[in-house]
Design a protein around this ligand. Structure first.
Ligand SMILES: [Zn+2]
Length: 129
């Protein structure tokens, strides 16, 4: 499941060195961002540019091999925000350093990735204008 250096470079460059989920710039993160399989290998996600996204360490760890969760508002099984198919601003909005979900996909992503844990909000507060 190792990702060739050429693909790693492409993913980092395409993302502008920002996490494609929480938008944290890599320069403000404690650990290097890493390429994430949007659909995990164990769910047959491919190791190619169409299924990779740059993710910060915490988004990647909280996401794990999951592809979705139950929408806290409806209980419906819902896929996560997919940075290869979805537009961030369709699913999320800023409330200062807090990321507010706008859709079911946004709600499950904010919840499972723990976008608004206090330490992450604090980290973001220093990073964002
Ligand atoms: Zn992130």
């Amino acid at each position: 499941m190792s990702i060739p250096a050429r693909l790693r470079r492409l993913v980092r460059r395409r993302a502008g060195a920002r996490c494609e989920y929480c938008l944290l710039p890599e320069e403000f993160a404690f650990q290097k961002h890493e390429p994430d399989h949007v659909i995990a290998s164990q769910h047959d996600g491919k190791t190619d540019a169409s299924n990779l996204a740059l993710a910060c360490f915490l988004c990647n760890r909280h996401k794990g091999p999951n592809v979705g969760s139950f929408d806290p508002a409806t209980g419906n099984l819902t896929p996560f925000f997919n940075p290869r198919k979805d537009v961030w601003s369709d699913h999320f909005d800023w409330d200062g350093p807090i990321i507010q979900p706008l859709t079911p996909e946004g709600r499950v992503t904010v919840k499972i990735f723990r976008f608004n844990d206090p330490d992450r909000v604090e980290e973001r507060r220093t990073a964002l204008p």
